[in-house]
Design a protein around this ligand. Structure first.
Ligand code: NAP
Ligand code: FE
Length: 361
């Protein structure tokens, strides 16, 4: 047996996490805060962070305007602003979009480099990051990954290495009380797919299995309340599953389902978690043929049959996207470029991936 496992982020979970652990947020002497257009404010997280910085007399500047699926070019501009301000740490507040942007800003603030250097993980320094989650989905607060839109190659691209894990993460489920039902459902599905794909991944280890099987067994109990829109009482559970999924993919990465979902987000504007839900039936069909044992183990932990899972996503995430056959050719090529054979243990042939997309349309 041989594996490595990293989670160098200090994690503070629970209602009032920031207030109870305020000094852990202070990672330097000048802070640059990166948050979404409204998520920092409506969740209440931004005011909690500002209160701590004011109490500790830490000067700070706030950027409230990271868009969904953040663009690397914007992160480069924000990095320059953080550098000009003299920031020595970054606070990211939001869902995956602001948190992923915060990681790139932490790199660009410390290095005046081009996106190519970022995506090759060839930068020299990175400012320490405090991450405050306001969605229960990406687990970005506990991963080194940052998924950014890069118009130059017309898709989303990730960077991440051991040094881009946030130094500290705060997960306060009360911040997610303001999430609308559709965003709650979409992000919950992202969290679920992280746990599921991390089990399937060729990089799965006993450590990630321990995390992911446990998370799947808890997620199985949330499927019905999520479908009914009965969210009272499950916010804490959803945030825990999001964290566990993040810890899983921090160590295994994602697999074919995420790779196939990115073009739906880039070209059709489908929210990330919903894109994964759309792709799920094709992904499961692929696993049934190629990874049946691992698939069955994941379904067993979830407590849901193959057929019931497909029916669930079709009910909760109706597929309403149109695509022409020639669009699928580009999507299949982009998916193959992400090397699904190395992560999922399945075909890396563009014609085969094309046929999986075609199954969905
Ligand atoms: P998101 O794009 O961060 O946020 C979705 C929407 O929810 C936005 O409109 C946002 O508003 C709003 N929102 C966030 N928190 C809220 C709150 N507490 N109350 C009310 N509204 C709130 O969604 P996400 O699914 O968390 O992140 C998706 C991104 O993460 C994608 O770019 C995806 O590729 C990436 N991702 C990263 C990883 C990783 O490991 N790093 C893994 C999977 C996915 P604002 O616009 O105001 O923020
Ligand atoms: Fe994801």
């Amino acid at each position: 047996m041989e594996f490595s496992f990293n989670i160098p982020t200090s994690i503070f979970f629970g209602r009032g996490a920031i207030q109870r652990n305020a000094s852990a947020l202070v990672l330097g002497s000048r802070a640059y805060i990166v948050t979404g257009k409204s998520s920092g404010r409506v969740s209440g997280a931004l005011s909690d962070v500002e209160r701590v910085l004011n109490t500790h007399s830490i000067p700070y500047e706030v950027f409230e305007g990271v868009g969904n699926n953040p663009e690397v070019e914007q992160c480069k501009e924000l990095g320059a602003k953080a550098r000009a301000f003299g920031a020595d740490f970054i606070v990211g507040i939001g869902g995956g979009s602001p948190l992923d942007a915060a990681k790139a800003v932490a790199v660009f603030a410390a290095n005046d480099v081009e996106p190519e250097v970022l995506f090759a993980n060839k930068y020299e320094h990175i400012l320490p990051i405090a991450a405050v989650a306001t969605t229960s989905g990406t687990g970005s607060e506990a991963t080194p990954w940052s998924v950014l839109t890069w118009h130059k190659i017309k898709t989303k691209m990730s960077f991440g290495a051991l040094n881009s894990f946030p130094r500290v993460a705060f997960l306060d489920p009360s911040y997610t009380d303001s999430l609308p039902l559709n965003v709650t459902r979409d992000t919950a599905f992202d969290a679920f797919t992280h746990c599921f794909e991390s089990v399937i991944s060729m990089k799965a280890s006993p450590m990630t299995d321990a995390v992911n099987f446990y998370a799947l067994s808890r997620f199985g109990k949330l499927m019905e309340p999520l479908e009914k829109g009965e969210l009272d009482g499950i916010r804490d559970e959803l945030m825990l599953i999001s964290l566990l999924g993040g810890i899983g993919i921090a160590n295994t990465g994602t697999t074919l389902m995420h790779a196939m979902g990115y073009p739906l987000t880039y070209f059709k504007n489908v929210p990330h978690g919903r894109a994964n839900a759309f792709v799920l039936p094709a992904y499961l069909a692929e696993l049934k043929n190629n990874r049946p044992q691992r698939l069955n183990e994941a379904l067993h932990a979830l407590g849901v049959s193959y057929e019931a899972l497909v029916a669930y996503v079709k009910r909760c995430y109706p597929f309403d996207v149109q695509a022409q056959k020639d669009e699928l050719t580009l999507w299949a090529e982009q998916t193959v470029a992400k090397n699904p054979h190395k992560t999922t243990g399945t075909s890396n042939d563009a014609a085969h991936i094309w046929s999986l997309y075609e199954m969905l349309f």
